[in-house]
Design a protein around this ligand. Structure first.
Ligand SMILES: C[S@@+](CC[C@H](N)C(=O)[O-])C[C@H]1O[C@@H](n2cnc3c(N)ncnc32)[C@H](O)[C@@H]1O
Length: 252
């Protein structure tokens, strides 16, 4: 367990481990109201397809009770897909550390037909305010690289899942195709902060997002971290030339 004085990354900067969460929270407070629009602009709508692929792997039951938790769930993009894909006994809990992001989600999804099957809870992925062995599936999409102590978040995912429960993580990864990697870098570092500046007034927030992607461990190393948290049958799938990867694992 790292001491509070240990260091980590906040984008390109090296910061104290106990300082990072506050900096991450400032980013998402600043962009919350335009977060969904920015996702569409930055990814040319691709984030919708990646999220659909993630939720297709969840496969919530159409007839039996199914408890799902989406951590770092932000404005509820994954939660709405799981609730929509599952049956009337599928319930989804969204946990996020940032109340502004959750409120955007509650406002957006408050009137959808499955609103009564969604619950929004403010909480930290590193110390989930949830009971042991409660959920059939756990997702975290574009969230884990923002969490200061990734190992703690993975242990918490394992704790709250039932035996036989499914862990799924969608995260930016490493582009591994020649030429495309250089185009991707140029687009990320030049265009995304500029678009962020125009749309949200906070280009620095989007510079952090781009830089944090480069600091996140490569998929092979992240898979080892998932194994170390106690999960079995750990594997990953790269999508869109490695722009993102979906990690899958089971609590057996
Ligand atoms: C890039 S957004 C992803 C939101 C959503 N999952 C999506 O795919 O659109 C990252 C989210 O992680 C949340 N977050 C950051 N650190 C967290 C933590 N320690 N625990 C829970 N949520 C956290 C942020 O507040 C933010 O809503």
């Amino acid at each position: 367990m790292p001491a509070a004085g240990d260091q980590t990354h906040f984008g390109r900067r090296t910061v104290r481990l106990d300082e990072k969460q506050g900096l991450v929270n400032d980013v998402f407070h600043s962009v919350a109201s335009r977060y969904d629009l920015m996702n569409d602009l930055m990814s040319f709508g691709l984030h919708r397809i990646w999220k659909d692929i993630l939720v297709a792997k969840v496969r919530p039951s159409l007839s039996r009770p199914f408890s799902h938790v989406d951590v770092a769930g932000g404005t509820g993009d994954i939660a709405k897909r799981v609730a929509n894909a599952g049956g009337p006994l599928t319930e989804v809990t969204v946990v996020d550390i940032n109340g502004d992001m959750l409120r955007m989600g509650e406002r957006r999804l408050g009137r959808c037909p499955y609103a009564n099957r969604l619950k929004f809870i403010e909480g930290d992925a590193e110390a989930l305010p949830l009971p042991d062995a409660r959920f059939d599936a756990y997702t975290i999409a574009f969230g884990i690289r923002n969490v200061p102590r990734i190992e703690d978040a993975l242990k918490e995912a394992h704790r709250v899942l039932k035996r036989g429960g499914h862990f799924l993580c969608l995260e930016f990864s490493r582009v591994d195709l020649p030429v495309m990697d250089r185009l991707y870098d140029a687009y990320s570092f030049a265009a995304i902060p500029a678009i962020g500046q125009v749309v949200t007034g906070d280009g620095a927030a989007y510079r952090y997002l781009v830089e944090s992607i480069r600091k996140f461990p490569p998929p092979e190393r992240f898979a080892d971290m998932i194994v170390a948290a106690g999960f079995a049958r750990v594997d990953f799938t790269r999508l869109s030339g490695g722009v993102v990867a979906i990690h899958s694992a089971w609590k057996l």
